[in-house]
Design a protein around this ligand. Sequence first.
Ligand code: NAG
Ligand code: NAG
Ligand code: NAG
Ligand code: NAG
Ligand code: NAG
Ligand code: NAG
Ligand code: NAG
Ligand code: NAG
Ligand code: NAG
Ligand code: NAG
Ligand code: NAG
Length: 366
Amino acid sequence: MSLRKILPALFLLALARAAPNPAPFTPAGGLGTNSTPPVYRPMSDFDFQSMNLALNQEWIELDLFHHGLAQFSVEEFDAAGINADDRFLIEFMADQEVGHATMLTNILGPTAAKPCNYTYPFTTVREFVDFCQKLTRFGESGVYGFLEHLDSRPSAELLLQSITTEARQQMIFRQFEGLFPMPIWFTPGITQSMAWTLLSPYITSCPAENPHIVFQNFPPLNIVNNPSAIPLTNSTCFNESTYPAITHNRSVPLSAPGFQVDLTWEEPGKVTGYNDSYMTNSSAGAPQFVAWISQLNTTYTPLFNINGTSGSTLQPNGTIFGSGSAPVVNGTVFIAVTDSDTFVTPFNLTELNAHIVAGPAMYQSG
Ligand SMILES: *[C@@H]1O[C@H](CO)[C@@H](O)[C@H](O)[C@H]1NC(C)=O
Ligand SMILES: *[C@@H]1O[C@H](CO)[C@@H](O)[C@H](O)[C@H]1NC(C)=O
Ligand SMILES: *[C@@H]1O[C@H](CO)[C@@H](O)[C@H](O)[C@H]1NC(C)=O
Ligand SMILES: *[C@@H]1O[C@H](CO)[C@@H](O)[C@H](O)[C@H]1NC(C)=O
Ligand SMILES: *[C@@H]1O[C@H](CO)[C@@H](O)[C@H](O)[C@H]1NC(C)=O
Ligand SMILES: *[C@@H]1O[C@H](CO)[C@@H](O)[C@H](O)[C@H]1NC(C)=O
Ligand SMILES: *[C@@H]1O[C@H](CO)[C@@H](O)[C@H](O)[C@H]1NC(C)=O
Ligand SMILES: *[C@@H]1O[C@H](CO)[C@@H](O)[C@H](O)[C@H]1NC(C)=O
Ligand SMILES: *[C@@H]1O[C@H](CO)[C@@H](O)[C@H](O)[C@H]1NC(C)=O
Ligand SMILES: *[C@@H]1O[C@H](CO)[C@@H](O)[C@H](O)[C@H]1NC(C)=O
Ligand SMILES: *[C@@H]1O[C@H](CO)[C@@H](O)[C@H](O)[C@H]1NC(C)=O
């Protein structure tokens, strides 16, 4: 046997000797499974910035749920099929947000973000519920995108326990909207920059001491003809197929593969964010594709009719694992205009940031 072969073997043997014998009933391996006390603190700037972004998300959710409950009358809620028990559930969700924000503030310490002032794009109960469904979708996906990349495993554990609760909020808002509760097999993650791009338009001003958010603010993307789950008729006219319920088969899907999606977006370099203290930025080249981030997949479709900052694409076909029954695009999914069709998978989605021309925006497919 040559020395080149023996050396690695000796190294492995030394490692095996050095490792303590696993305790009974405890398989070898794993992280943080020994008796060292866990430390619930950011271990890097990456940790601090990621969790502080999540905290900003928790603060807006807390404000949003209270704001919606205060903005509309009992009659307006009742007319939209959101009864007293449902309203109590929304109030309870606000309480959950108090818990989530407290937990993240405890992890981050005295420099953690404080609550801000917000602006909301709804004037009816149905629009409020639709906005909650979308905001909780990017809140949830925004955390899934970085959770597994955190240096602090103990902090990740706590954050996981809050975000699984938020996942239930998202589903309940879909049910309040009369949608199929979970038309996906997998919930996608998005990068922090994507989450920040989606969140920042709704934050108007923050305390001066709030930490500056370092993530990228991509130019906003607008879906001109986004399918809407909100009935065109007002609340007294909606029928049983759009009424709040545990589940509905929609008689008419909101969209289908082949649907033409028309897009407009902004050039980078525009002032944005709370107190106008941020600037949109893109390092991508010319727009060529649309990335559809959904399920486990990032699927690309060609952008056509490109004219400056507008263009169109077609909703993709295809199913997860070729199942034939679970479309890759279903529910509320993320779409972004990109300069290439770079292959990415859920753990290296960050590689997509450099290719984003604009977006993401939230496409409502079903
Ligand atoms: C929120 O808005 C109020 C009323 O405009 C203003 O007085 C306050 O300074 C704002 N707070 C923050 C943190 O921006
Ligand atoms: C944003 O504006 C508010 C209200 O004018 C002010 O109180 C706050 O200090 C400002 N925050 C920042 C980050 O400049
Ligand atoms: C809602 O629809 C009903 C019935 O068509 C109509 O009488 C009512 O004025 C409408 N309300 C609003 C706010 O549009
Ligand atoms: C109920 O709403 C669905 C979806 O908008 C529509 O297709 C259907 O015709 C409506 N049914 C009635 C009875 O109005
Ligand atoms: C609901 O949709 C599924 C899938 O299209 C179908 O198999 C099922 O029969 C539908 N259920 C009802 C009650 O229409
Ligand atoms: C989306 O999922 C729902 C529920 O499984 C299904 O009824 C619908 O057909 C799906 N939409 C598309 C476009 O396949
Ligand atoms: C989507 O794929 C299915 C199965 O391969 C096919 O039957 C259908 O025609 C396709 N639809 C579009 C719009 O391409
Ligand atoms: C985007 O950010 C990069 C790196 O900070 C900077 O060099 C570039 O000028 C920015 N572009 C715009 C349009 O602000
Ligand atoms: C491109 O956009 C410009 C400005 O919006 C418009 O005047 C022009 O007609 C468009 N060109 C085409 C080919 O659609
Ligand atoms: C979606 O991702 C799964 C898992 O990687 C893969 O099996 C499937 O082919 C992908 N579907 C499409 C349409 O890209
Ligand atoms: C992302 O990871 C996949 C493997 O899961 C790899 O094939 C792909 O090249 C990676 N993408 C980039 C841009 O690094």
